[in-house]
Design a protein around this ligand. Structure first.
Ligand SMILES: [Zn+2]
Length: 382
């Protein structure tokens, strides 16, 4: 019998799995998957100084190709529970919506995929290939003990994923709006300029780092990175903070620090974007120089439109009547890790209320998403 995606999504929401807590969410999922014949492996990981996290890899079948659904059962905190119209962890249905933390991001999509597998198995008991689920409990947190380590584990066993759909809520307004075929890369930077502290009335005895750093950040911020590429918007740098921490009015401060973030497209890679930043700072730095720290949080990736993207797109169109935009906009996701192992795209529910108070998704959307995933499975294995 086809599994009801709304029931399963509600059951998952009732597990308050705020990162790094699992709260039984993976057990609920594992039980459903074992019922469909999946072989389930729990992959708990921990690292010094980080909270241990539980993860689940499940596979049905042992032949190629392996189509994988990747996602996460962890959720962000509910925030002020009193601000919610309903209990954020009750999995309530009301006014045609399923309410609760994780409904959109992304327990609803996980449930829709499990339901799709059950429908697929009903129509064809044997199919050439495998279906797998790569589900982490560490996506909303530091993402250290989740997808990345799971992929290492898969690689160490020679386990291959051919194509992957990530169930992040990719649709801005309506189901069918948008498939993500890539994401921009992201890097955070901290620039520090050291000067010499002194009295404002005797500047010749001091060296003021503030105008120096201001000039450097202005130069960084005003220099364009590129004009955009076929599938990406222009890369962008935002200065996010400028810190001197000077409480006085008559002291030239000894140090000034600024922070920035760059979202970059596929004309750059981690090393070339780092080199660009250094070149701009070298050009605008003063005699006292600067220190730079860069932290790369995810490289850019693109899955150029191919047969897999096309069949997902067709599935979306046939169920919703909408032609999805193939987009590379928005923040990073675990697809940044998966891109090295498989062709990866992202399609899930409507993201309007994700991470907000009163997170909710339309019941019809969950059911339609299950139909979309079912069509994707059918075309993938035909
Ligand atoms: Zn998410």
């Amino acid at each position: 019998m086809t599994l009801d995606p709304v029931q399963l999504a509600a059951e998952l929401i009732r597990c308050p799995s705020v990162t790094p807590t699992d709260a039984g969410a993976l057990d609920v999922l594992q039980q459903a998957l074992e019922g469909l014949g999946f072989t389930c492996t729990r992959l708990p990981f921990e690292e010094n100084g980080t909270a241990p996290v539980d993860n689940l890899y499940a596979r049905l079948g042992d032949s190629a190709p392996n189509l994988c659904f990747a996602g996460h059962t962890d959720v962000v905190p509910a925030g002020a529970a009193d601000d919610w119209q309903v209990d954020p962890f009750a999995g309530m249905q009301q006014d045609g919506f399923l309410w609760g933390r994780g409904a959109a991001d992304m327990k609803g999509a996980i449930a829709a995929f499990v339901s799709a597998v059950s429908a697929h198995l009903e129509s064809q008991e044997s199919f050439g290939g495998s279906i797998s689920m790569l589900i982490t409990g560490d996506e909303e947190g530091p993402s250290i003990n989740g997808t990345r380590k799971m992929l290492d584990w898969l690689a160490s066993r020679g386990e291959i994923i051919d194509d992957c759909v990530v169930g992040e809520p990719t649709n801005p307004e309506q189901l069918g709006d948008m498939i993500k075929i890539g994401r921009r890369g992201s890097v955070n930077g901290i620039v520090t300029v050291n000067g010499t502290q002194g009295h404002v009335a005797y500047p010749h005895l001091a060296a003021n780092p503030v105008p120096q750093l201001a000039a450097m950040m202005n130069h960084l911020s005003c220099t364009s990175l590129d004009e955009g590429t076929e599938h990406f918007q222009p890369s962008n740098l935002e200065v996010t903070s400028f810190d001197v921490g000077n409480a006085t009015t008559n002291v030239i401060p000894p140090q000034a620090t600024a922070r920035f973030n760059i979202r970059y497209n596929d004309s750059w890679q981690a090393d070339t974007i780092s080199a660009w930043v250094r070149a701009q700072l070298d050009e605008s730095a003063g005699p006292s120089g600067y220190q730079l720290e860069l932290a790369h949080t995810g490289d850019c990736f693109l899955t150029p439109p191919n047969d897999f993207v096309e069949s997902l797109s067709m599935a979306v169109q046939s169920v919703t009547g909408r032609q999805p935009e193939l987009s590379t906009s928005g923040g990073t996701s675990d697809a940044r890790f998966i891109k090295d192992a498989a062709r990866v795209v992202e399609f899930g529910l409507v993201g309007k209320t994700m991470h907000q108070v009163d997170e909710r998704v339309r019941l019809d959307d969950i059911r339609q998403l299950a139909q979309i995933y079912t069509r994707l499975l059918t075309s993938y294995f035909s």
